[in-house]
Design a protein around this ligand. Structure first.
Ligand SMILES: [Zn+2]
Length: 397
């Protein structure tokens, strides 16, 4: 069997998986424009027997479609429903993708991303569902959620209509490499900072100005940024300011972020950034007509999303380890510096880990996938579905 492999379980069909994937990557689906792919997936899922709805999240984000939610009935009663999720949107440049197939490796033609982030996850979920449906594998209920707008702030997951979802535990398939289960990811603070100085003509009366740029530079020079410690990172990623070459800039705007697995460290690092800028600002003041004018900092800190932190004894984590063991594979649980929909689902009360889906060099035009990685992930997923429906492994409701 060249393309269809038998592992003691139902069949994972590599050729079929490839064809589904190639169709998916050729459907444009930038964030807020997921309607076409959502309708395509709705058709596929209904063909597998699911009841599919699209929620209202699209309206709230100014997109053309909401999240897709598909219910699959179980064949075994009284087992915990399983949640399976991936995101439909891709990053630019991701329109007009022309996939190039070289054996089992699929890449883009170098003009666009491939969109394996996260169409690899979608294709793995679809092939798993097909295989367990065709082979009538005993299983509990399955809720499939394909989200919109993951790449622009996890918006689909944040707005997902959870009243339509019965499952409270399961997996997101959305990360690079293979053989990993991500159970920890950092919480993120986003910082919008205005450094405010005093405008003055740079040639005529520079002594009447306070350069917001100079204050900013002094503040940043005193900061620890980058990898702060093993759990914490910080970055100032965007800077803008100034009005003209002959005007002392009265305002610089900074956008930055702090990530940490540890809440105290997250707040401490956030405070550190603001404190450095405040201390720099305190060194700049001017007396104008008897009034003391000072540089100052105006900051807005927002929690982008909460951390993900699933203990090893969480049932879904245990199930993955058992599935891998059964297949003779090794799956390592890891912490990851990025966030994904799983962060939001956990924050919203679900227990969801992120299983690697085999994507490589994501968010670049060099992105590629090896079909064998996707087959491996589908085998693991299939094992989780099957174990959920077997009496000795089933988690009672
Ligand atoms: Zn992704």
């Amino acid at each position: 069997m060249a393309d269809t492999e038998f592992f003691g379980g139902p069949l994972i069909d590599k050729t079929r998986l490839k064809e589904v994937l190639l169709d998916l990557v050729q459907i444009d689906s930038h964030s807020r424009k997921e309607r076409k792919i959502a309708l395509h997936l709705k058709g596929l899922l209904e063909g597998l027997g699911a009841v599919v709805i699209l929620d209202d999240a699209g309206r709230a984000v100014g997109g053309d479609v909401g999240n897709l939610i598909a219910h699959f009935k179980g064949t075994v009663p009284d087992v915990e429903p399983l949640f399976l999720s991936a995101h439909m949107d891709t990053v630019p440049p991701g329109e007009g993708v022309v996939p190039v197939v070289e054996g089992d490796v699929i890449r883009s033609d170098g003009r666009t991303v491939l969109g394996g982030d996260d169409k690899s996850g979608i294709a793995i979920i679809l092939e798993t569902l097909r295989s367990v449906t065709e082979d009538a594998v005993p299983r509990g209920e399955i809720d499939v959620v394909f989200t919109i707008c993951e790449e622009v702030g996890l918006l689909g997951a944040k707005l997902l209509d959870l009243t339509q979802v019965r499952a409270r535990t399961g997996l997101v398939l959305d990360s690079d490499s293979i053989g990993f289960l991500i159970t920890k990811a950092p919480a993120v603070n986003r910082l919008e900072i205005d450094v405010l100085g005093l405008e003055a003509h740079a040639g005529i009366c520079p002594e009447k100005g306070i350069s917001a740029l100079e204050v900013t530079a002094k503040g940043i020079a005193a900061m620890t940024l980058g990898r702060v410690d093993e759990e914490t990172t910080a970055n100032l990623g965007l800077v803008s300011g100034g009005t003209a070459v002959n005007i002392i800039p009265n305002r610089v705007h900074l956008t930055g972020e702090v990530r940490s697995q540890n809440e105290d460290k997250l707040e401490r690092q956030t405070h550190h950034i603001l404190q450095c800028l405040n201390e720099a600002a305190a060194q700049y003041s001017l007396e104008v007509n008897g009034t003391i004018l000072k540089a100052r900092i105006d900051a807005d800190v927002r929690r982008e999303y909460e951390k993900m932190d699933l203990p090893e004894e969480t049932p879904i984590v245990r199930q993955i380890h058992e599935a891998a063991q059964h297949l003779g594979l090794n799956i390592n649980t890891v912490a990851k510096g990025g966030g994904c929909d799983a962060n939001v689902f956990n924050q919203r009360g679900l227990a969801v880990a992120n299983l690697a889906s085999g994507m490589r060099d994501i968010h670049t035009v060099h992105e590629w996938l090896d079909l064998n990685d996707l087959v491996t992930a589908a085998r693991i997923l299939q094992e989780v579905v099957r174990a959920g429906g077997s009496p000795e492994h089933g988690v009672a409701r």
